[in-house]
Ligand binder design. Structure first.
Ligand SMILES: NC(=O)c1ccc[n+]([C@@H]2O[C@H](COP(=O)([O-])OP(=O)(O)OC[C@H]3O[C@@H](n4cnc5c(N)ncnc54)[C@H](O)[C@@H]3O)[C@@H](O)[C@H]2O)c1
Length: 350
């Protein structure tokens, strides 16, 4: 049943690095109000509450007990997303997780089922889908302007220092990160690639750690066979020399697109369209407008769109655009790559 309120109360669980993006987005949404934050580290929770003017808790159950919270944003270490999401669903709250939705398919399926059976919405933020550049590319693909897609690849070479994985942090651990360069960083572009190219039916790959002393990969490479027959490659690393932007390439019978980073088209070559190429051509120069959401970065603006979509989904009684099954796909492909690396087999997906 649909419900409509003049304002939806939000609780943000996790007060670390990425929580500000969610909180700042909530603050910009007219129908949203930040009610409370929660972190097991009291000083982090209190600091966030002081900064943004809301209540704080160190116990998730206490935050979830509040009647004035409708939606929770889960921004804790990745291996806790489903556990806390299920707790929230059982308390009747709609659930938004940051990426990845969780790190195992079993946990993700339990979370999807918990949200379904408790009648609450489930969404995951994959903010790049809301960036003007990637919307523009998606439109070209959806309109068939690239012809039949034959090939798609992404390369995410986001260097991380040894300190990033050190000092008892959850990053780089099997239990909480679930993977490394692909599960944590690369998933942003793996999700984009699947969004553009469609479902994957087979994966083969390698995942290793060559530089960092971690339990998971700092370099991963996979070959994909898409359901439409197209081929693909995914590459992610946190150890190649710092400074390279991530890139996405799509090639079809009628066009080639090569984009880097948040906003740069390196090559736009489509039959019957003006050709665009060369570094420095940004989406802004390309004529499409960047949504004006005040003085905030593109990640916050993109989160405003994706969190607003969850409110719309509640009111329209529909699934959020990036719902549980949709967010599960990138995790499934990355886990298949790990399995292939361990077994030496090609992994076929259902
Ligand atoms: N979308 C993006 O661009 C983006 C960027 C960075 C991180 N992330 C994701 O956000 C999540 C958090 O990453 P981060 O960089 O903010 O990590 P972080 O370590 O900076 O913050 C995590 C916070 O969660 C708290 N926490 C841990 N267990 C908790 C529990 N049971 N209850 C309440 N709080 C708990 C920790 O004390 C910490 O403050 C990860 O899943 C990560 O993949 C997304």
């Amino acid at each position: 049943m649909s419900e409509e309120k003049s304002c939806y109360g939000f609780g943000v669980i996790g007060c670390g690095a990425v929580s500000d993006t969610h909180i700042q987005a909530i603050k910009q949404i007219e129908k949203a109000a930040l009610v409370a934050v929660c972190d097991v580290r009291e000083e982090a929770a209190r600091a966030k509450a002081d900064q943004y003017g809301c209540a704080y808790y160190t116990d998730v159950a206490e935050l979830l007990a509040r009647d004035d919270i409708d939606i929770v944003n889960i921004v804790v270490p990745s291996g806790l997303h489903a556990k806390i999401g299920i707790q929230a669903a059982e308390a009747g709250k709609h659930v938004i997780t940051t990426k990845p939705i969780d790190i195992t398919l079993e946990n993700i399926d339990r979370l999807i089922e918990a949200c379904r059976s408790n009648g609450v919405k489930l969404a995951t933020t994959h903010q790049l889908r809301s960036y003007p550049l990637y919307k523009r590319i998606k439109a070209a693909v959806s309109e068939g302007r690239l012809g039949d897609l034959l090939y798609g690849s992404c390369f995410i070479p986001w260097f991380r220092s040894r300190d990033y994985y050190g000092g008892g942090r959850w990053q780089g651990t099997k239990a909480m990160d679930g993977g490394g360069a692909l599960m944590n960083q690369g998933i942003h572009f793996v999700d984009l690639l699947l969004w553009m190219m469609g479902p994957v039916k087979a994966v083969a790959g390698f995942a290793d750690h060559l530089y960092h002393d971690i339990e998971v990969e700092d370099i991963g490479t996979g070959v994909l066979k898409f359901a439409n027959g197209a081929h693909g490659i995914i590459q992610g690393t946190t150890c190649t020399y710092v400074g390279l932007p991530a890139r996405l390439e799509l090639h079809g019978t009628k066009g080639n697109i090569y984009a880097t980073g948040d906003d740069t088209i390196q090559l736009w070559q489509i039959e019957g369209e003006e050709e665009i190429y060369g570094p420095g051509f940004t989406e802004a120069k390309g004529g499409a407008s960047t949504p004006d959401a005040g003085n905030v970065g593109p990640a916050v603006t993109a989160h405003v769109e994706q969190i607003s979509d969850v409110i719309a989904a509640i009111e329209e009684d529909r699934e959020p655009t990036i719902n549980g099954p949709e967010a599960r796909r990138a995790v499934q492909v990355i886990l298949a790559l790990y399995e292939s690396s361990e077994t030496g087999q090609v992994i076929h997906l259902d």
